[in-house]
Design a protein around this ligand. Sequence first.
Ligand SMILES: [Zn+2]
Length: 114
Amino acid sequence: MTTINAALAHALHLLRQDMLGYLDAVEFLTSEDDTDDDTVLAVARTEVPRLVAALRGTVTAHRADHHGLCLGCPATWIDGRLGREAWPCPTIERAQRFLKDPDSIYSATPYARL
Ligand SMILES: [Zn+2]
């Protein structure tokens, strides 16, 4: 098993914190009752396209090949053979679930916020 060194682990932690911090900021600026409508509109206009692009990129990457296997998921050992997840893979299933029920992310993954 390969382990990552401390510097790489720290860099990955900072990347994750940066992404979750961005999401927290967008959520705060668009959902707080004391945020004025102009701010909500300005943040929505600039950030919703970014969020759509991020999700669209994920959905585009995690598509089925001609065998019905996900092209976005890395190959893993399945029943002694190297194979890929069937589509819809866990990434797509989670994305669809959270699109339909956004609040479910906080019970499913309580570490989703900083
Ligand atoms: Zn996938």
